[in-house]
Design a protein around this ligand. Structure first.
Ligand SMILES: [Zn+2]
Length: 271
């Protein structure tokens, strides 16, 4: 059984990650990570795919069909399953995660920082500004890791989406921020592996040269998955494509939890 960190780099394209994230690509080259292309579910919008990543089902099943559907998840999801199994959960993430798994309506003064064992996300640090700096999101995640040693930790930086919607994916601003995220993760990942964590790095959706997302083209639908097992025994660049619905059962498998009947896709195995 593992402890798991999932980093969801909002709006990180598969090709941009491959071209710019030198640390992650290095650990793929030396087979300390397995790399996949994830085919994101549709629509390629944030809130529907946050829910898909944590429930393993498409929006036609979980019902969060667009960003304006503001309610808690009604499907079995990784956070609630982990809490029910007696595990410790944590997240440094955009406040929509608090709405999906903790409480609606979101009250930033009450819900922005929570440490409550009764919540699905027990230790939450949530931000509301889409321009909130990635470094602060990762640092809050690192703080949660050190302070609470959660079994499952979500880290969810937003700047690829914020910058991509202003400058487009074919911009130095967008590409350079992927390098910034990669270098932050180069600090985060080695000590997390030493602490026994398996780490997944992926995205909800990509972004287009038109400065948006939502459709079906590879620019918005192809996102990376770096699967970095705690034991360092991985496959390198698999050149395989996997459906995004496999992420949630993979998290359950890694956490040593049975997958609920709603998660029908097979988990991705580390090696
Ligand atoms: Zn998004």
């Amino acid at each position: 059984m593992n402890k798991v960190i999932m980093v969801v780099c909002d709006a990180l394209r598969d090709d941009t990650a491959a071209a710019t994230m030198g640390y992650l690509q290095h650990i793929v080259e030396v087979k300390h990570a397995s790399r996949y292309t994830v085919i994101a579910e549709l629509p390629t919008m944030s809130r529907p795919l946050y829910e898909t990543l944590h429930t393993g089902v498409p929006c036609s099943q979980h019902g969060v069909t667009n960003n304006q559907i503001v309610r808690r998840s009604i499907m079995p999801n990784v956070f609630e399953l982990a809490r029910a199994a007696g595990k410790v959960t944590a997240a440094s993430a955009f406040y929509w995660y608090s709405e999906l798994y903790n409480r609606v309506p979101y009250d930033p003064l009450a819900d922005g920082e929570v440490d409550n064992p009764d919540l699905a996300i027990q230790h939450g640090r949530f931000y509301m500004s889409e321009s909130y700096p990635d470094l602060e999101v990762f640092l809050a995640g690192g703080m949660l890791l050190r302070r609470f040693a959660p079994d499952y930790l979500l880290i969810h930086p937003m700047a690829m989406d914020y910058i991509g919607e202003r400058f487009g994916s074919d911009s130095s601003e967008y590409r350079n921020n992927a390098i910034v995220q990669d270098q932050i993760m180069a600090n985060l990942i080695p000590p997390a592996l030493q602490a026994g964590y398996t780490i997944l790095v992926t995205a909800d959706h990509g972004i287009s040269t038109d400065k948006t997302h939502g459709g079906t083209l590879p620019a918005v639908r192809h996102v990376p998955l770096y699967f970095i097992p705690a034991d360092g025994n991985a496959r390198g660049d698999t050149r395989e494509s996997v459906t995004q619905c496999r992420i949630a059962p993979t998290l359950c498998h890694l956490l040593g939890m049975e997958t609920p009947p709603t998660m029908t896709e097979a988990p991705i195995l580390p090696a």
